[in-house]
Ligand binder design. Structure first.
Ligand code: AP5
Length: 209
């Protein structure tokens, strides 16, 4: 049986009072979530938190918690919700004093993750969903895998990540359709970003109105 990972307590009230934009960034593996987040950070100055990066940093730290994560990610499966939530809460609170708003990249991976986030942290303001074909995503990840060093950028794990995405993560988009903005992610990054900019400009105007 899997060993229990220790939980911590967090005081989220400063975040609730700050009333900052909380933007979830969704899409299949290799759809370009991270790439678009980099462009968004440059233009809008939001704080980019990637659940995958937080998990990889935890693995790299050699902590007890990190030691239990690598094998799950290598299989292309989802890490337990408790772990991801704790990492996100820690990172959100650490960045809160200087943040203009948060981009939560790669979260939620299933409907339950979304519901728990909104209950325990704050409601999501808008969801950016990057839609690309499996062929495109696989090709991009195989290409990145030549130099990324990521344990999951190999053909076998990519196929499992795609299956996990279709089975668990894609239904999130339908569930949250009222908050979701979908972008075709087949174009070059700058072209995809044009649509994203229009959406975020409108969000900022609403906030100022
Ligand atoms: P995570 O790190 O989130 O990986 P992923 O979702 O599989 O996505 P990637 O980061 O690989 O791709 P991306 O969409 O960000 O694309 P990118 O911009 O990098 O998760 C890894 C694992 O961690 C999961 O499998 C799971 O085990 C675990 N995990 C993570 N979050 C979890 C959660 N919430 N709950 C439980 N477990 C969780 O681009 C990819 C490549 O394509 C790059 O080379 C880029 O240059 C290129 N590219 C990007 N956009 C374009 C474009 N428009 N045109 C051409 N090339 C492009």
């Amino acid at each position: 049986m899997a060993e229990q990972i220790a939980r911590k307590e967090y005081d989220l009230s400063p975040l609730k009072n700050a009333n900052l934009p909380m933007i979830w960034v969704l899409g299949g593996p290799g759809s370009g979530k991270g790439t678009q987040c980099d462009l968004i950070v440059k233009k809008y100055g939001y704080t980019h938190l990637s659940s995958g990066d937080l998990l990889r940093a935890e693995v790299a730290s050699g902590s007890e918690r990190g030691k239990q994560l690598n094998a799950i990610m290598e299989k292309g499966e989802l890490v337990s919700l408790d772990v991801v939530m704790d990492l996100l809460k820690e990172a959100i609170l650490a960045n809160l004093p200087t943040s203009k708003g948060f981009l939560i990249d790669g979260y939620p991976r299933d409907i339950c993750q979304g519901e728990i986030f909104e209950k325990e942290i704050v409601p999501c303001t808008v969801i950016l969903f990057f839609n690309a074909s499996d062929e495109t995503m696989k090709e991009r990840l195989l290409s990145r895998g030549k130099s990324s060093g990521r344990v999951d950028d190999n053909e076998e794990t990519i196929m499992k990540r795609l299956k996990t995405f279709h089975d668990l993560s894609a239904p999130v988009v339908e569930h949250y359709k009222d908050k979701c903005k979908t972008f075709c992610a087949e174009q070059p990054p700058e072209q995809v970003f044009c649509g994203v900019s229009q959406c975020l400009d409108a969000l900022q105007q609403q906030a100022c109105a």
